[in-house]
Design a protein around this ligand. Sequence first.
Ligand code: DQA
Length: 151
Amino acid sequence: MPHRIFAVLNGPNLNLLGQRQPEIYGQETLDDVERSCLAAANDLGCKVSWFQSNHEGALVDEVQRLRGNVDGLIVNAAAYTHTSVALRDALAACDAPFIEVHISNVHAREGFRQHSYLSDIASGVIVGCGPQGYELALRRLHALTARPQAE
Ligand code: DQA
């Protein structure tokens, strides 16, 4: 059985993880989070690709590129979560399921972070679990997309 392939998308300012507001987002860098995710993927026997951009169009391009090529996506669109109809449309056009992740508990923060353009079309949403949310999302996608074993 071929490996399932999942993609992780990270939006603006997540490249500054570990330096940026550590009291909210913690000390781990995005490279640390990627390493943990790749280790979890290795345990699960699946493949994970990793992408970060500060640019909305680049994220849309990446979702279009992944269309038909992945079994699921993990999306932390960061601030674009709260603003981007374009990213929503791209994800809606991508038939693979996605899990929305936020490191911080957006529901305990400013009002403008309480609305997401993605949540209602996501298969699931993980917020406030810190960087571990990525690994939880990966495990969920892995379970969600399990293929029946041939006898
Ligand atoms: C975030 C929450 C967003 O509101 C914010 O704009 C981010 C990060 C999170 O992971 O907690 O940049 O997506």
